[in-house]
Design a protein around this ligand. Sequence first.
Ligand SMILES: Nc1nc2c(ncn2[C@@H]2O[C@H](COP(=O)(O)OP(=O)(O)OP(=O)(O)O)[C@@H](O)[C@H]2O)c(=O)[nH]1
Length: 399
Amino acid sequence: MGIIEKIKEIEAEMARTQKNKATEYHLGQLKAKIAKLRTQLLEPPKGSSGAGEGFEVTKFGHGRVALIGFPSVGKSTLLTLLTGTHSEAASYEFTTLTCIPGIIHYNDTKIQLLDLPGIIEGASEGKGRGRQVIAVSKSSDIVLMVLDASKSEGHRQILTKELEAVGLRLNKRPPQIYFKKKKTGGISFNSTLPLTHVDEKLCYQILHEYKIHNAEVLFREDATVDDLIDVIEGNRKYMKCVYVYNKIDVIGIDDVDKLARQPNSVVISCNLKLNLDRLLARMWEEMGLVRVYTKPQGQQPDFTEPVVLSVDRGGCTVEDFCNHIHRSLVKDVKYVLVWGTSARHYPQHCGLGHVLQDEDVVQIVKKKEKEEGGRGRFKSHSNAPARISDREKKAPLKT
Ligand SMILES: Nc1nc2c(ncn2[C@@H]2O[C@H](COP(=O)(O)OP(=O)(O)OP(=O)(O)O)[C@@H](O)[C@H]2O)c(=O)[nH]1
């Protein structure tokens, strides 16, 4: 029996089973079985490189955004409008057969936008080009789920379910469960608060299903069985997703209003070029990019090309900023001068741990430069100590 048939069989068994206190252990075990099979399904076939044809898109720019949606919802039209890249749009389905990248120039940054082939129901079972679509989505910073405003809300649920089945968690944070496999000592189960979904026995059974007999588990929130399975599997990707409702030109104003009020949603019309600036602003917000401008000593800041840091990828401390310029820079830094929203006063003297914010200006003061009198790319703001020590050296000793 193939993996898909096995999953279907277990799903049917779960549907048949009544949900009550007596069956919850059995249902928990079945959920773990399905999760294990789904992970197997996503593993690349033996002997292949794991990458899909036409999908090896090199990362470019400061961030990557994936467009996901059913066929003919307007993804290619949106890509063309935002990036100027021509992705063939047609009024019949499946015009996008390979992954088409484009670049959005926004707020001094370059963001790679990927138009993925129309994902369809059953992609998680390996139907269509689902596997590749999913792999590329996971490599992105955020997902824009493009939906047809005139079609039923069901599309959003189907897509979310498909993505969940392959380990993508949209607009969720990782469960607050500490889990560590051990070599000996059995299973230690603890929680910092009363649990209503999982008890010790259920946790043991699920771990047993994964053949884990020694581990430490600590619940820091009232998590569910699914959360526990996610933590054990350890391969889930937590991503931000913006729901983009396109084609609002064909629905009434009341419906537009209703869609626009949903969380994480933006309504647009590619045909009428409506609300595209709001979509870009929202996308920017969700990506959490931080632009930092450098300022050489005695000169105006360089506002042409920022160093772009990311809250989710790599962090935004002064140390991250230095590493971004050059790996070896951090050991030479004495302190930095910061102007901008993260600074309490201008300029603020900050250490490596200071967290920078968008549009901050930074001047690096190096240890060596301070001693040598401020030579190099980032000059120190003062070279007084070096001059004093020179004078001291030459001064005749008083006896
Ligand atoms: N009414 C209306 N039609 C639109 C809008 N945006 C796109 N369309 C139409 O929708 C159709 C499909 O657009 P595409 O951009 O090819 O859609 P897609 O999602 O890329 O489709 P696939 O390539 O099959 O995945 C085209 O006929 C577009 O003209 C819009 O804002 N309003």
